[in-house]
Design a protein around this ligand. Sequence first.
Ligand SMILES: Nc1nc2c(ncn2[C@@H]2O[C@H](COP(=O)(O)OP(=O)(O)OP(=O)(O)O)[C@@H](O)[C@H]2O)c(=O)[nH]1
Ligand SMILES: [Mg+2]
Length: 313
Amino acid sequence: MTDEVQASAAGPAPAPRPYRAGFVALVGRPNVGKSTLLNAILGRKVAITTPKPQTTRNLIRGIYHLPEGQIILVDTPGIHRPRTKLGERMVRSAESEMKDADLLWHVVDLSRPPRPEDERVAALCRAVPVPAWLVGNKVDLVRDGPGAAAPYLALGSYPRHFLISAQSGLGLDALVAETLAALPEGYPYFPEDVVTDQPEDFYVAEVVREKVLLFLAQEIPHSVAVVVEERTRRSERLVYIRAAIVVERDSQKGIVIGEGGRMLRRIGEAARLELEAYYGHAVYLDLWVKVRKRWRDQEEWLRRFGFSEPKRE
Ligand SMILES: Nc1nc2c(ncn2[C@@H]2O[C@H](COP(=O)(O)OP(=O)(O)OP(=O)(O)O)[C@@H](O)[C@H]2O)c(=O)[nH]1
Ligand SMILES: [Mg+2]
């Protein structure tokens, strides 16, 4: 009798929450803040971010671990009208990722009105049988968030929408919590200590490319690839890295090197400092500039630089 009274006073024990796991593709036009959002949720940098459009060129998976589940965030290249084979490949990789996801976040920049590329992304979201949520980013830059989101909501039929700032962190908790609740029940895809699927050399190359994008004028960055040619541990406290900055024309090589080598030193210094923070010890960064004529349109170079043709079904 006493037991019964106690049981009813405490209420029934809550059912254990099921474990959920799934893939969320972050899609949108260039420069809306997809990579910034990925890093903000993970709480560490796995993708480079810059104020220049078409920063991200590859699919980058970041795994967010929670006690009740695992959200695999897939950062994708911004969807744009491509002018090179590289651009075509970037856009195709983003588009093909959409149908494999459990959920799409159509990320938009609330501080700007919709552009044709946003309309294109909205159309792609409608075309796949995967739910798409509108994620209105950069709400820190607007006075009237709902007003800024309205023209974007009119582009498609989004069952949910969120106003967030990847930069300040506003709104991210709700986005993450609701996303987890929408994922299927299942088992973890990745072990708990894995935060990204990117190989170390890729990350190192990306850090160098980020500095190139930040320091060089508009057109050149798009012509640049960075390849790590050697990474050797010289001691417990020192890693040696030799990387090539590949450009498309001799004139660009001169600009990347700069007067008296000044630009290359600036890029190298900034990248080295960041890599030292990443490794937690000294890094010897050896940068070279190479010319591979029109590499962005040459199959062989695209393949060598890691932009293989995405698999077809
Ligand atoms: N004010 C503000 N700026 C932001 C926010 N999120 C991103 N940014 C800035 O927007 C710019 C683009 O950010 P990215 O994360 O590189 O954009 P992206 O969508 O990944 O771009 P692509 O890789 O080119 O497709 C950077 O300068 C960011 O600092 C935000 O919430 N508020
Ligand atoms: Mg990006």
